[in-house]
Design a protein around this ligand. Structure first.
Ligand SMILES: [Zn+2]
Length: 461
């Protein structure tokens, strides 16, 4: 997430909290704590154990749980609603038998009775438009929470579950034993929020011609983390803190209107079914273009597609190996370009999706910024392991998911833009693509330790 000010402010806050806690200790223990800013770090670390060794490396009993997902997703563009059915295979690598499983339901912060809204305060600003006032205080609240149609075991038998705000506990008829695995399925749907109007991390933007561009993430029930430190990590999602998630393999089929362009986490499995012959030709050219992006869908083509609203559907099929999360972006109003990036001895695709509203800035800088980020971060940390990195232009957004991120930076309607907009856009792309390295690939726990991913990424940026 690009909240640099927020990030520094929280670091200062954390620092202040640590200092004041230390001051308290000092009073309590009569001043015998070590207050030196240069003291040995081991005083801050947990005692080594069989899970975590004294060197900081995993110990002999270290484990991570795994959650694999098979999902069928359908977007109803007209009613901006998403339907999904997923089968989760949960692999219990822990030494513990588990009597229940915790699942994250992040979309419930958009439920009309969501407690997340309470934390935002009720201050009435001295100047407020009638529309904004009515939206906040008079009109019924938007309901974007999950409707859970069912939770079933592998044999189709309903599993009992309890929902507490953004968390769901699924009770098991018998404990899931250590080193064993189980599959269960969840069927769900929810109303997609207009992220520009309602300030959300994912949702849709509506353009003047009635078309929408969707940037969709945190959109499916996801397994909570279980580990040796916390047991179940079942903290609520309040919208600010990000995530702790398991690695897993994702097989995802996404059905959208036939005239939509779509890209997502993972490798496209049915390119011939969803690309035109001309797009395939351009894609083959892009795979060999290391110096500049190749258009897969041009601005003229995106504008022509924006005039029709197809009633046909198309299913895009993806597979992603060993990722911690999943996101996708889709619209008939997207321009699409790609270029190849050489890292050591393999090629990665740098990709951009943007509506015509992003030009002329986006065609010029987005994919190049993605390519440079992959090269420089790989050179200074480790080689980027995924097959692609996608930068999607979404108004006011700066948010990352594995292989895909949403970025702001929009020229004025007449195509002019200031240096501030241009450099802001390039910076946010570097920052959000950079989050692939920290936390997506190293998978730190962002809900507990937000400074780890923001700190490392901001340093690298
Ligand atoms: Zn960030």
């Amino acid at each position: 997430m690009t909240k640099i000010k927020y990030c520094f402010a929280s670091m200062l806050f954390l620092f202040a909290a640590v200092v004041s806690a230390q001051e308290e200790d000092k009073v309590r223990e009569g001043g015998h704590t070590n207050q030196s800013k240069f003291k040995q770090l081991y005083e801050e670390f947990a005692t080594p154990n069989t899970y975590r060794s004294a060197s900081g490396a995993p110990g002999p009993d270290y484990y991570q749980q795994q959650a694999n997902y098979k999902m069928n997703i359908e977007l109803d563009d007209e009613n901006h609603r998403i339907y999904g059915e997923e089968t989760i295979t949960y692999i219990n690598n822990s030494p513990d038998d588990l009597e229940f499983l915790w699942v994250q339901l992040d979309q419930n912060i958009r439920a009309n009775d969501s407690k997340a809204l309470l934390k935002n305060g009720k201050k009435i600003s001295p100047e407020e438009s009638v529309e904004d006032f009515a939206k906040k205080y008079v009109n019924p609240a938007f309901d974007g929470g999950f409707n859970i149609a069912h939770v079933k075991d592998a044999l189709g038998k309903p599993l009992p579950y309890t929902i507490s705000f953004t968390m769901m506990r699924v009770d098991l008829p018998k404990p899931l034993k250590s080193k064993e695995q189980m599959s269960f399925s969840i069927k769900w749907d929810y109303n997609v929020v207009n992220h520009v109007v309602d300030r959300a991390r994912s949702g849709y933007e509506e353009f003047a011609d009635g078309n929408r561009a969707y940037v969709i993430a945190q959109f499916f029930p996801r397994m909570a983390v279980y580990n040796d430190v916390e047991g179940w990590q079942n903290h609520q999602f309040w919208g600010n803190g990000e995530f702790a998630l398991n690695f897993g393999d994702y097989e995802v089929n996404i059905t959208v209107p036939a005239d939509h362009i779509l890209d997502a986490t993972g490798t496209l499995q049915n390119r011939k079914e969803v690309f035109s012959k001309e797009m395939i030709k351009r894609y083959e050219k892009a795979k060999k273009s290391y110096d500049k992006p190749v258009l897969i869908v041009s601005q003229e083509e995106a504008e022509a597609a924006s005039k029709e609203f197809s009633n046909q559907k198309k299913t895009w099929k993806f597979f992603a190996k060993n990722v911690r999360d999943y996101g996708f972006a889709t619209s008939r109003r997207f321009i699409w370009d790609m270029q190849a990036v050489k890292l050591s001895n393999r090629d990665v695709m740098a990709v951009s999706l943007y509506p015509p509203e992003g030009n002329p800035l986006w065609e010029e800088y987005s994919t190049k910024a993605v390519a440079l980020t992959l090269k420089s971060y790989s050179a200074h940390s480790f080689d980027y392991p995924y097959p692609k990195a996608i930068s999607v232009h979404a108004k006011n957004q700066g948010m990352e998911y594995p292989m895909i991120c949403w970025n702001y930076g929009r020229p004025n309607p007449d195509g002019t833009y200031s240096d501030r907009v241009k450099f802001g856009m390039i910076s946010v792309i570097i920052h959000e693509v950079g989050h692939n390295f920290f936390p997506m690939i190293v998978n730190s726990d962002e809900r507990q330790w937000g400074w780890m991913d923001e700190g490392l990424d901001t340093f690298m940026q």
